[in-house]
Design a protein around this ligand. Structure first.
Ligand code: ARG
Length: 564
């Protein structure tokens, strides 16, 4: 099917060139609508005006020229000037082989790496539910790149430096009750929250916090030890969550790592006239009027560095260390202005830059009101995952006999965590996202359990058959087989497009369609009781579908069960 599409495109381009002189790119799209064939192009409509001919005439010309291409059953002109091609059975079946190859990660390209900065929580607080966004969007983007043979460097740029540390140190000094190393992450949060509560009554706490951080930056030994303990406690509390989410970083490098690397950049910025004096001794960056951006602070009046200073040093380090092709920052849309300022600042500094991109995502909204109205405390990611697993467990019990598993505990974990993750990844990251328990855990809808169930169903057929079928030639295809085959064919392209656009939801939605197509094939076409070539072929199609579901799911950080 791939080869044939290329042939068709090439042939159509040659026909148009011969007739109209200039070159046109022709793209044939796979179509699923009844009576529209398998591949369609609207090139005649696009070209008509340019060449001063009617779309239908151009379409007719293409029809005449393409109908003799080998492997094609028929070519029709439809509507205002679409050219619809129906492929021969053999050509469609040939697509299976290539599709299955797309399940294997591509060979390394030997190109420059893609650096992906994601998750990046701030220290001394447990991960909240909103952290799941950057975390799983970032990881799935890394997985998309690696699957396509790109070198990747995945980095957790944790916020372990800055004034909030000074605040925590003050809180601990005032209200701490035991050695810091004995604190849990939740107890650290209590300290932090208390600081902010007391701050409302006593404003002097603010400057105490600031000066504590300044002391820490200058190397105060006691504060350093305190800081180190807090970092360790936080990291330990996150490890288990990252493991549950199948998230893996090549490097965990906090903002503190760049401490020593900021001075040279401050010097460079001053020398190049990019950092100039602002109010009260601060150094600021002014931007061109046309950019309509407020000035950014590079160094504060008291000489302490800030988020931007550290991001400048971080970028310098990444460029020098990995010579990347791109650096992707998977960060909340709330930081959009900030990243524009950062990218513009490095441009003003005249650095030789890789492709820089702020991969934004929207906010999370809750269908269940009680989740968003919780005051004071953050909604912890761990609690949400545990709740999801509990709900999955209840569903497994309730479905009783209809669910088969050797390990109900692991299945509940896989379903529950998967449901939350898929709930995020199946929505367009650029929009606000809705967190909806019922939708996420449904067995019928666009959800992780549905995907997992469909995979298990396909594997179960193959187990019962004791075979993965064979590359058998059948004479005719049923409508369901044809539909499923065409979707299978699109897997490689879907992964490629999801990677290129950094949009994991397009892969999720494709997998959902594939599940639907497989389930309707399964419901109408006999597999196990078929015989000969038909049985072999259907088993093969089933195996290929299972492969794609598993590979696609794992790119989205999900696990799928063998039985369910
Ligand atoms: N820790 C930051 C925050 O929670 C996100 C860091 C994103 N990465 C970066 N290089 N700025 O807002």
């Amino acid at each position: 099917m791939y080869e044939l599409r290329d042939t068709l495109q090439g042939a159509a381009e040659a026909i148009l060139k011969k007739k109209f002189g200039s070159s046109t790119t022709v793209h044939f799209q796979v179509t699923f609508e009844d009576g529209h064939g398998d591949l369609t192009t609207s090139v005649a409509l696009q070209l008509a005006k340019k060449v001063g001919s009617s779309p239908r005439d151009i379409a007719e010309l293409l029809r005449e020229g393409l109908k003799s291409v080998k492997g094609i059953e028929k070519v029709e002109v439809a509507g205002a000037g679409f050219v619809n091609v129906t492929l021969g059975t053999d050509a469609i079946i040939a697509g299976l082989k290539t599709a299955r190859k797309a399940c294997v990660p591509m060979k390394k390209r030997g190109s420059k790496p893609i650096v992906v900065d994601y998750s990046a929580p701030n220290i001394a607080k447990p991960l909240g539910i909103h952290h799941i966004l950057s975390t799983v969007i970032g990881q799935s983007i890394v997985n998309l790149y690696s699957h396509q043979g790109y070198e990747t460097v995945s980095i957790n740029h944790i916020g372990d430096w800055g004034t909030q540390f000074g605040k925590l140190a003050v809180a601990y000094e005032k209200w701490g009750t035991k050695p810091i190393a004995e604190y849990s992450i939740d107890e650290l949060l209590v300290l932090y929250v208390r600081f902010h509560d007391e701050l409302e009554k006593d404003e002097s706490l603010e400057s105490l916090g600031r000066s504590a951080f300044s002391k820490l930056e200058k190397g105060d030994a006691t504060l350093r030890l305190f800081w180190k303990s807090v970092v360790d406690i936080t990291m330990r509390s996150m490890d288990d969550l990252y493991r549950r989410l199948s998230v893996r970083f090549d490097r965990t490098m906090g903002e503190s790592f760049y401490e020593k690397l900021m001075d040279p950049i401050i010097e460079e910025g001053k020398k190049k006239g990019v950092f100039v004096a602002g109010n009260e001794g601060a150094l600021i960056v002014n931007f061109e009027e046309a950019l309509k951006m407020s000035p950014a602070i590079a160094v504060k009046g008291d000489g302490s560095t800030i988020y931007l200073t550290r991001d400048l040093a971080t970028m310098r380090y990444r460029i020098d260390e990995w010579h990347p092709e791109a650096i992707l920052y998977v960060v909340d849309i709330a930081q959009q202005l900030y990243f524009r300022q950062l990218f513009e600042t490095v441009r003003l500094l005249g650095w030789d830059l890789p492709h820089l991109e702020h991969v934004i995502f929207g906010r999370m909204r809750f269908a269940d009101k009680s989740m968003s109205t919780r005051k004071g405390n953050i909604l912890k990611l761990e609690e949400v995952l545990d709740e999801a697993v509990k709900r999955a467990d209840a569903i497994i019990k309730e479905r009783g006999e209809r669910i088969q598993t050797d390990d109900p505990k692991d299945l509940a974990e896989m379903m529950g965590v998967g449901a939350v993750v898929y709930g995020v990844l199946s929505q367009n990251r650029k929009m606000d996202m809705v967190f909806d328990w019922d939708k996420m855990l449904s067995f019928e809808g666009n959800s992780a359990p549905y995907l997992q169930y469909t995979h298990a169903r396909a594997r179960s057929v193959l187990r019962k058959a004791g075979s993965e079928g064979a590359d058998a030639q059948v004479k005719d295809l049923t409508a369901k087989e044809r539909h499923l085959l065409k979707l299978v064919f699109l897997f490689g392209e879907t992964v490629e497009a999801a990677r290129r656009e950094h949009l994991p939801h397009t892969l999720a939605n494709y997998l959902y369609e594939l599940c639907q197509a497989f389930n309707s094939f399964y419901a109408s076409d006999e597999i196990l009781s078929a015989t000969g070539a038909i049985r072999d072929f259907r088993l093969h199609l089933t195996a290929c579908t299972a492969d794609i579901l598993k590979t696609g799911a794992s790119i989205l950080t999900l696990r799928v069960p063998e039985r369910m």
